[in-house]
Design a protein around this ligand. Structure first.
Ligand SMILES: NC(=O)c1ccc[n+]([C@@H]2O[C@H](COP(=O)([O-])OP(=O)(O)OC[C@H]3O[C@@H](n4cnc5c(N)ncnc54)[C@H](OP(=O)(O)O)[C@@H]3O)[C@@H](O)[C@H]2O)c1
Length: 257
């Protein structure tokens, strides 16, 4: 038997905690005795999470596209939430999902601002404290879309490929520091992700999951929790996960009639 890290020693900063994977991550760590800082834009949802998790949870409204706001939030963390030793940079979305020739440029800009800049601002604000205390773990939430292209994955897949490469780059930079870096790369997970993609159209969301058992946000949260509670000398670099009912298709070819 190996001795796992005591989750009670963990203070976890989570972006995108108002829904889906981020909310499940907050619940998993808080229920195991850790402290969580739950952030996101929807304040009613943050308040509900705070009501549910109580003293283990500090909430802070935050738009990760706003660098100054991210820096202010991290600098202003109250006791006993100041010594963050895990960050789960999870906030993100895949807007539109149209092929490039039909896509809205504003959606592309928002995905870059949220999925790339938001991750950079979050990591940059929290890394110095981790280095100072010589203890930390950066968890990024990538996607299988960072590895496998499909029609409509254009910019979303590009942002997640960036996240994967950024995680690997951080690993290289942080060699010798006691800071772990992990990129968790989920496939189909039933959250509000598709609702956001299709701008609130529940019927279109339902169609995506028709006849399939997708992963639940709790499945991904459990994997993140596991990677964060492994003994300190172990680093999961990348971890790709999918529902059993999802796999790869062939490379497409357009044939002449
Ligand atoms: N579901 C999947 O199939 C799947 C697969 C692979 C990867 N992922 C990734 O998993 C992560 C979480 O997504 P999810 O599936 O849990 O979807 P979700 O239920 O829609 O949650 C997305 C979260 O991101 C937050 N967010 C979006 N824009 C934000 C901003 N500008 N500032 C702060 N927070 C922001 C949302 O909060 P507010 O709107 O309240 O700000 C929400 O809490 C994303 O990075 C996504 O790309 C999902």
């Amino acid at each position: 038997m190996i001795e796992m890290l005591d989750p009670k020693t963990l203070t976890v900063f989570v972006t995108g905690a108002t829904s889906g994977i981020g909310a499940a991550v907050c619940r998993r760590f808080a229920l195991a005795g850790g402290r969580v800082i739950a952030t996101g834009r929807r304040e009613d949802r943050l308040r509900a999470l705070k009501d549910e998790l109580g003293e283990a949870c500090h909430v802070a409204p935050l738009d990760v596209r706003d660098r100054a706001a991210v820096e202010r939030t991290v600098a202003g963390l109250p006791e006993p939430f100041r010594r963050v030793n895990v960050v789960v940079a999870n906030a993100g979305h895949g807007l539109g999902g149209d092929v490039a020739q039909k896509a809205d440029i504003a959606d592309w800009e928002d995905m870059v601002a949220t999925n790339i800049n938001g991750v950079l601002y979050t990591v940059h604000a929290l890394l110095p404290g981790m280095l100072e205390r010589d203890e930390g773990h950066i968890v990024l939430v990538g996607s299988i879309a960072g590895d496998y292209a499909y029609p409509g994955s254009n910019v979303y897949g590009g942002t997640k490929a960036f996240v994967k490469q950024f995680a690997l780059g951080l690993r290289g930079d942080l060699l010798g520091a006691n800071v772990r870096v992990t990129n968790i790369e989920p496939g189909m997970t039933e959250t509000d992700f598709m609702l956001v993609r299709y701008r609130g159209d529940a019927a279109q969301k339902a169609k995506v999951y028709e006849g399939i058992q997708p992963m639940r946000p709790e499945d991904v949260a459990e994997t993140i929790f596991w990677s964060c509670t492994l003994p300190r000398h172990v680093n999961i670099n990348r971890l790709q996960m999918m529902p059993v009912m999802q796999a790869f298709g062939p490379i497409a070819a357009k044939r002449n009639p």
